[in-house]
Design a protein around this ligand. Structure first.
Ligand code: ADP
Length: 397
């Protein structure tokens, strides 16, 4: 029986896909269809014969998935020749209901629909991807893998906000956490690199991509995480503010007459690195910083200082930390961020080795000194493989 899983990540105007061997992790093909609903869409497909790019008009998610299937036919591998075991769907919000991936059926679709108020931008798009894929692949099992599931082990004192208790009981307002698929994958890889069972390892995992989050992992389980009810809380991100005094929002309403939508847009799309510098791409920020740009320098310092505060907080939460793990675009590539975020933490047993930290590499590795009692690891994340693995585990319990 084949181990191939078609992994689908449907966003509001894009559809990412990957055909992954869920056992080996090998991605035999992947692609992206973006600007769905706009007059001119764009498609990228990477297959065994290289990469193809195309401009085309894509009205709906169904057209996007059909375009992806066509690209498999044209640029390989043809889906007629691949025995796909299942389709794995990324679903952003599983609320308190889903602590594990679930086989998709009509009841599951209804439950994820009930969770739309918690993720009004993401869950409808994820559901659209599920519905379309079920129509186009009716004979395959479909599995929903939730971004929040890994964090369902948070204890009540970590997920409860200090607000009137009916906010939680009646409206579900609590910390859920996101990026769970990445934190789960990277935690497993870190334990392997350290040569221990995940159940014996305590980690602080820093996922630093466009979105950024920190997780405290005790014995393989998430015990605290920086994102909250939504992915806005916590670290400074590409376009999101992360932690704020919540009264800033009421101040903007009362003093400046701003609407809820305007504030929501500003905090999610015009804040973070972009808000501070005009650029949300970290490579551009680094280039400007190297050229002496003061705004870029301040943004870098704000970004790293926030990471350092979370490292300190989660060190206290865990008591004993075996490793601090950097992952995702910035975490994997920026030696400067790793060094600056952990600078001055020698007394906590955290020592980054400058040569190891700056040595070019794209594989999982340690960048701490031999004397560092806390290992500092860089581990490339692979959310598609994790989704494929979890999908296989559901269909072959
Ligand atoms: P996403 O969260 O969308 O999956 P990624 O994990 O790909 O994002 O991370 C995107 C971020 O990583 C961007 O800010 C990008 O500039 C940054 N990045 C990618 N490559 C590098 C690099 N070589 N050096 C520094 N930053 C990088």
């Amino acid at each position: 029986m084949s181990d191939y899983v078609l992994v689908i990540n449907a966003g509001s105007s894009s559809l990412k896909y990957s055909l992954v061997d869920g056992v080996s992790g090998e991605a035999v093909a992947s692609g992206l269809v973006e600007r769905i609903g706009e007059s001119q869409g764009h498609q990228v497909h990477r297959g065994p014969d290289g990469e193809s790019n195309g401009e085309l008009s894509i009205a709906m998610h169904e057209d996007a998935l059909r375009a992806a299937i066509d690209a498999f036919g044209t640029y390989g591998p043809s889906l007629d020749d691949v025995d796909i075991a299942a389709v794995g769907h990324r679903v952003v919000h599983g609320g308190s209901r889903f602590a594990a991936p679930v086989l998709v059926d009509d009841a599951l679709v209804a439950e994820v629909t009930d969770l739309v108020p918690l993720a009004p931008l993401h869950n409808p798009a994820n559901l659209e991807g599920i519905e379309v894929a079920r129509r186009l692949f009716p004979d395959l099992p479909h599995v929903a893998v939730f971004d929040t599931a890994f964090h369902q082990t948070l204890p009540p004192h970590a997920y409860t906000y200090a607000v009137p208790s009916e906010w939680l009981e009646e409206y579900g307002i609590r910390r859920y956490g996101f990026h769970g698929t990445s934190h789960a994958f990277v935690s497993g890889q870190a334990a392997r690199l350290l040569g221990h069972d995940p159940a014996d390892v305590n980690l602080i995992v820093l996922h630093l991509g466009n979105g950024c989050s920190a997780t405290a992992v005790r014995g393989g389980e998430s015990v605290d995480t920086s994102m909250g009810l939504t992915p806005l809380e916590g670290l400074v991100m590409g376009t999101r503010s992360g932690d704020l005094d919540p009264a800033i929002q009421t101040h903007l309403v009362r003093e400046l007459g701003w609407s809820v939508d305007k504030i929501d847009h500003a905090l999610n799309h015009d804040s973070g690195l972009k808000g501070l510098t005009g650029d949300n791409d970290f490579r551009e920020l680094s280039r400007r910083q190297a050229a002496g740009d003061e705004r870029a320098q301040l943004a870098f310092e704000v970004y790293c200082y926030r990471i350092k505060k979370y490292v300190g907080a989660y060190y206290a939460v865990l008591g004993r930390v075996d490793a601090i793990v950097f992952t995702a675009g910035v975490g994997e590539h920026s030696a400067e961020v790793r060094a600056a975020s952990l600078q001055g933490l020698d007394r906590l047993g955290i020592q980054v080795d400058p040569d190891r930290n700056t040595a070019p590499s794209s594989t999982a590795r340690s960048v701490s000194t031999d004397d560092s009692s806390v290992a500092v690891l860089v581990i490339p994340t692979n959310e598609e493989w994790q989704i494929a693995r979890e999908t296989l585990a559901v269909i072959r319990p």
